[in-house]
Design a protein around this ligand. Structure first.
Ligand code: CA2
Length: 146
């Protein structure tokens, strides 16, 4: 039995709160998980929350979530991966891609060239870790409308 909602995090996001706070803030991934769990439990939904540093594991997690009520994904460095894009395209679940920073305003222009966004219903970028909660709220509000 798969969880209702899946929040998936790609490579290096386990370091959130430890480096580059001027870009990513000071909250940790545990803080993000806590906030996501509060939102889902208030809505009576089961949440599966993962972070992986492995592209293969991320693909397996996407496949496991493919028929769920929704996926929130911060693919991080896997945002430029064709296999991750293909895995997302195979999902019937609505997908919201989240980036903590504004990838269109970063010093490195290539950060905006994500492949994975093509498979997402929508993108939230630059709203800090609040993006995760906003993405969940969208999925909850739109349940059954796809
Ligand atoms: O803004 C985001 O959420 C990103 O997905 C973060 C990725 C980056 O490659 C994307 O372009 C934008 C990097 C994640 C690395 O995680 C760290 C977290 C804290 C400190 C250092 C790295």
């Amino acid at each position: 039995m798969t969880a209702d909602i899946h929040v998936l995090n790609g490579p290096n996001l386990n370091l959130l709160g430890e480096r580059e706070p001027e870009i990513y803030g000071t909250a940790t991934l545990a803080d993000v998980e806590r906030a996501c769990r509060e939102i889902c439990s208030a809505a009576g939904l089961e949440l599966s929350f993962h972070q992986t540093n492995s592209e293969a594991t991320l693909i397996e997690q996407i496949q496991a979530a493919r028929a769920s009520a929704g996926i929130v994904i911060n693919p991080a460095g896997c945002s430029y991966s064709v296999p991750v894009l293909d895995a997302l395209k195979a999902c019937s679940a609505p997908i919201v891609e989240v980036h903590i920073s504004n990838i269109h305003a970063r010093a490195e222009a290539w950060r905006a060239e994500t492949l994975t966004t093509a498979a997402a219903t929508g993108l939230i970028s630059g709203l800090g870790i609040r993006g995760y909660g906003l993405a969940l709220q969208f999925l909850l509000d739109n349940r059954g409308r796809q």
